[in-house]
Design a protein around this ligand. Structure first.
Ligand SMILES: N[C@@H](CCC(=O)N[C@@H](CS)C(=O)NCC(=O)O)C(=O)O
Length: 224
């Protein structure tokens, strides 16, 4: 297989999704760190929008974390990162879509909320979304801790990076995940135990520092 290069930024949860997919898949890759505050001019050739992650394999270029992750999954049969049946794969894509359409935007809305009213409203909305995730996990995971049981997959990777960054919401917004969401908390703990997460993860203090401008300014330019 031609060498894969992943253009990434340590702080970026979208890039984190794709680092996780490559590591869980056991595909060797060259990681290229892009400084988001000072992007090299050549990076536009790799990623027309300038966003990370981007993947390069020879002449082949790909952007968008979730699209990259599906491509990575198709590069080798094992371990499969999507379930075996068409119906379960459709459900996986449904929840991956939910991560992008509901969960991720709410994370940033709460983080950027500057008034008490906004913090209250977005905090409640996020709690409702977490309740949906906890309930769906109970329904879907069976005995195993991951979204589809014992095999970690693309749904887990679509959500996990923001849970690694949850200390930011706790620090700046006093938002914690209620203990009653046992399945969700069990899933987070199981993800934290994975080699791919431990090798590529960062401590809470790193994110708290990196996200400070974000939490203090409602108009931060990017959702990193
Ligand atoms: N929808 C994209 C979002 C990627 C994204 O927003 N990345 C941020 C960093 S976390 C970025 O590179 N923003 C552009 C910039 O900082 O100039 C994906 O899923 O890959």
């Amino acid at each position: 297989m031609e060498l894969i290069e992943l253009f990434s930024a340590r702080v970026c949860p979208f890039a984190h999704r794709s680092r996780l997919a490559l590591m869980e898949k056991g595909i060797p890759f060259r990681l290229i760190e892009i400084d988001l505050g000072n992007k090299p001019s050549w990076y536009k050739e790799v990623s027309p929008t300038g966003a990370v992650p981007a993947l390069r394999q020879g002449d082949f270029l790909l952007q968008e974390s979730l699209v990259i992750n599906e491509y990575v999954d198709e590069l080798a049969p094992d371990p499969p990162l999507l379930p075996p049946s068409a119906q379960l794969r459709a459900r996986a894509r449904l929840w991956i879509d939910f991560s992008s359409s509901r969960f991720v935007p709410l994370f940033y809305r709460l983080l950027k909320a500057q008034t008490e009213n906004e913090r209250q409203a977005f905090g409640e909305e996020l709690l409702a979304v977490l309740a949906i995730l906890d309930k769906e996990l109970v329904r879907q995971k069976g005995e195993g801790p991951y979204w589809f049981g014992w095999q970690v997959g693309l749904v887990d990777m679509a959500f996990y990076p923001w849970f690694e960054r949850f200390a930011v919401l706790q620090h700046y917004r006093g938002f914690t995940i209620p203990e009653k969401f046992e399945s969700l908390l069990g899933w987070i703990a199981a993800m934290q135990n994975r080699d791919a997460v431990q090798l590529g993860g960062q401590p809470a203090g790193y994110y708290i520092g990196e996200y400070e401008d974000y939490a203090r300014s409602p108009s931060s330019p990017t959702d990193s």
